[in-house]
Design a protein. Structure first.
Length: 174
């Protein structure tokens, strides 16, 4: 895409070119199911409509539609944007997998960091309250890490939720 900015629409100013490229990109994305020629026709119709309504996206573009070189360059730009969208769509599963791997790595790093830290006062207090609430025996927490206590708290909550589900299910049967 970068090479197109240096080769297309050389007669336009930097701002005109930038705004046209951005608008065409979003326009192609909106109409990606149509062919290149259909998108071009839609774009021209839209711009003429907005110009007639005295609310054009680009005030300078109506005169440019009469030039064949401008239309050819517009087709090239639309075509390139369609290709970029197709490439992005094909890469989507790969990118999703990369995101998942990165998420797992962040989780491992976080757990490693937590395994080296002592538990917080809030964790200790919460663990104590959970044990009292569910009448459980408290383990010695002096040698536990932040991660160990987090896992213990999660285990207690999960067990109690399973028990509550089982009780509700048994009540529904009888």
């Amino acid at each position: 895409m970068y090479y197109l900015k240096n080769t297309l629409f050389l007669e336009l100013t930097k701002n005109q070119k930038s705004s046209l490229f951005g608008f065409i990109k979003s326009f192609v994305k909106k109409h990606c199911d149509k062919s290149c020629d259909d998108i071009l026709e839609l774009f021209i119709e839209d711009e003429q409509y907005y110009y007639a309504q005295n609310n054009p996206h680009f005030e300078w573009i109506i005169n440019e539609f009469e030039k064949d070189s401008f239309i050819k360059e517009l087709k090239i730009l639309i075509n390139e944007n369609k290709k970029q969208l197709e490439i992005k769509e094909k890469q989507k599963p790969f990118l999703e997998k990369q995101k998942q791997i990165a998420k797992e790595q962040r989780k491992k790093a976080s757990e490693f960091k937590m395994s080296k830290q002592p538990p917080t006062k809030k964790q200790l207090y919460y663990y104590e309250k959970l044990c009292k609430k569910y009448n459980l025996d408290m383990d010695d927490t002096s040698s536990l890490s932040k991660l160990d206590l987090k896992n213990k708290i999660s285990e207690i909550i999960d067990n109690e939720q399973e028990t509550a589900k089982k009780i509700r299910f048994d009540k529904e049967i009888y």
